[in-house]
Design a protein around this ligand. Sequence first.
Ligand code: ASP
Length: 600
Amino acid sequence: MAESMKGLHRSHRCTEVSSANIGEKVTVMGWVQKRRNLGSLIFVDLRDRSGILQIVFGEENVGVEGFEKAGTLRSEFVIAVEGTVAKRTAAVNENLKTGDIEIIATSLRVLAEAQTPPFAIEENSLTKEDIRLKYRYLDLRRPDIQSKLMMKSKVLGLMRAFMANEGFLEIETPILCKSTPEGARDYLVPSRVHQGNFYALPQSPQIFKQLLMVSGYDRYFQIARCFRDEDLRADRQPEFTQADMELSFVDIEDVLDVNERLLKYVWKEAIGVDIPTPFPRMPYHEAMDRYGSDKPDTRFGMELTDVSDVVKNCEFVVFKGALEAGGTVRGLNVEGQAGMPRKRIDKLVEFAKGYGAKGLAYVAINEDGTYKSSFAKFMTEEEMTALVAAMNGKPGDLLLFAADKKSLVYNVLGAIRLEMGKELGLIDENKWNFLWVTEFPLFEWSEEENRFMSMHHPFTMPMEEDLHLLDTDLGAVRSKAYDCVLNGTELGGGSVRIHQSDIQEKMFELLGFTKESAHNQFGFLLDAFSYGVPPHAGLAYGVDRMIMHLTGTDNIREVIAFPKVKDASCMMSKCPSEVDPKQLEELGIASVAPQEEDVE
Ligand code: ASP
């Protein structure tokens, strides 16, 4: 039977009690991790979010009734114990923070009984994730998840403290917003009052934070929930948290400076790591050329080499065809891997095909200097020698080549480089390689839409020296956008904004908006800009990503208390779900989705 808390006050969390308290009376509360009966003594491991503390029940201290009650305790019962802190009589448990003490119980209350949980509440659970997610409230009791969420809480606190100290104001922006089709797909919320009209959940507070600059707040910060209805990948969530900021009267340098100091502070305070500043910087084109990625993992080498010039006269149709079509031929030197089994190479070819490549050409340089190659027969000896030399190939090396459109070659070789780096253990896991990638293209060509789209968003400022290209060569315009990259992942990104209405209007035009549609969507922003807008810039971090780095997990669901799974559903609450037809009626909406029984 559940007893009440009446008259009890918790004095300590489990691991707040230490040998410094020996002899003191304490009151602790939590969940029973396990119980062991040893004749006249009953031992209970008591667990709360801080950790585990051993309680000893003996008749002479807790009384006959208390001792009997202790004998009925089972895992996950919620109990309150009053007792005296004592030095452990048995051997010290080195694995526990409280391993040298125990509590001699003088009273016990059972605050709640508990069913046997579907899986054991313990670190590194082997239980399948879908079961853990169904019973997330139990999964969240596990110490490894708790420590990650505690880290998240700590980091959010650190960021808030740092930003406040730098003069940033924390200001909330709306969750019910206007839909803007540029970017990812919006989550829509129907309006009951304005039937047929919809709000959109924010993909980011972008427009609002820019308006706050127009309003003179000059340094804004927010821990903002953002929503994107994208086709999900394992490392994405439909709702996620950004640490979002905007600053007035600044250029790139000011933004990067305050952010380097922010990250330095967070890493030091959260995990005691000193990260050197300033971070290295790399223009986008250099990142693509050297690493085949705009978020290069610079913890290891194996950089891409452009061999287009070297092979431009050869007869190998794959190279020739790609070059004639305006493409490129580039290679990777996987040092010391000439002996890679044919099967593994075939797998790499399949991997490359998964990225859209037609194949991969390879040369293995034997120890005696001869080659094993998929295409040597189409090349003269001089051509092969020149190619191997261009790749810095030595006996024992494996050279891999991709020939295609530049973007595809970057993608394929960038991915193979990472795959090889991981497989061959070339990545030093103790490194924290922060990097600013700068000078992103302003536009990217969308095959799907057959038009140029913003690479970042339509408010990003072109580099002043490229403004003239807006009329001649959109693909070549570089922007004042920057990404913060850590160990090959994008930690955050932002840009200097356009604050000149004429450039902003031109951007909308170039992105295919008519004057009318631009005004329909962003009229208030353009109007606002006409009343005096300071130059401004900003950046947003993916907080969940950041916490993944700080806690060493590659599973984003481990750093979100109640995450969704890949299809954007919640396994515990079972959302999204159908709603009462009455609710739809009120909203003036009818669903055309097939009924469950109609679905094959
Ligand atoms: N709102 C942008 C994003 O979500 C970040 C920024 O430009 O500040 O990527």
